[in-house]
Ligand binder design. Structure first.
Ligand code: NYM
Ligand code: MG
Length: 212
């Protein structure tokens, strides 16, 4: 069967502050979709496995210093290096759950003071998500959740700025999920939205590109 006749997979992105519960919910969504018979993979950005990803990881753990613009472009390059594989997977019918995407890229760098349009520019032409689920939690509540690690950006004042930029970036298509609710409630809401999108994409919703 050629890809042209195959139902395509959905590109489902989860966004939110550090400690908003994204990684837990991504894992739960993966087993839900797989259990419902939909071929699914869980991806995350930064993808720390690639050589660009290793530079990012060293920066985040304070093992290296980089200019703000430079690290921004590395995060973007890390998405570009996965773009063709992403398209291939989607077209061959695999749904991708992605833990952080371009919105993290823009929100975190803008919070450091870089211009929002400058931050968006290198993301233009990447695949647009079919769904963005935003796990909404206050920076204070997030920090209470077992606290932060030692990575860069994991400070309440900074996360507050990131939350403001997420707010600027969001549009009416985003699903805002109250991440302060019980984990099972959050899980159920995400499942509903994701299943809808998977079915919509299987029916032929075309892929589109950021940032238009
Ligand atoms: N981050 C993540 C960015 O600053 N730009 C990006 O493009 C992406 C994808 O990296 N604090 C930040 C957000 C996080 C940090 O992500 C590491 P994670 O999901 O904690 O591994
Ligand atoms: Mg983190």
């Amino acid at each position: 069967e050629s890809n042209a006749t195959k139902p395509r997979g959905a590109l489902i992105v989860l966004e939110g502050l550090d400690r908003s519960g994204k990684s837990t919910q991504c894992a739960k969504l993966l087993s839900f979709l797989e259990g419902s018979g939909h071929p699914t993979e869980l991806w995350r950005f930064p993808d720390r496995e690639t050589s660009v990803g290793q530079m990012i990881s060293a920066y985040l753990s304070n093992k290296s210093q980089l200019d703000d613009h430079t690290i921004h472009l590395l995060f973007s390059a890390n998405r570009w290096e996965k773009r063709s594989l992403m398209e291939e997977k989607l077209k061959s019918g695999t749904t991708l759950i992605v833990d952080r995407y371009s919105y993290s890229g823009v929100a975190f760098s803008s919070a450091k003071g870089l211009g929002i349009e400058w931050c968006k520019a290198p993301e233009i032409g990447l695949l647009a998500p079919d769904s963005v689920l935003y796990l909404d939690i206050s920076p204070e509540r997030a920090a209470e959740r077992g606290g932060y690690g030692d990575e860069r950006y994991e400070r309440v004042e900074f996360q507050r700025k990131v939350a403001d930029f997420y707010q600027t970036l969001r549009d009416s298509s985003w699903k805002i999920i109250d991440a302060g609710e019980a984990m099972e409630e959050v899980e159920k809401k995400i499942q509903e939205v994701a299943l809808d999108r998977v079915e919509e994409c299987a029916k032929g919703k075309p892929l589109s590109l950021l940032w238009s």
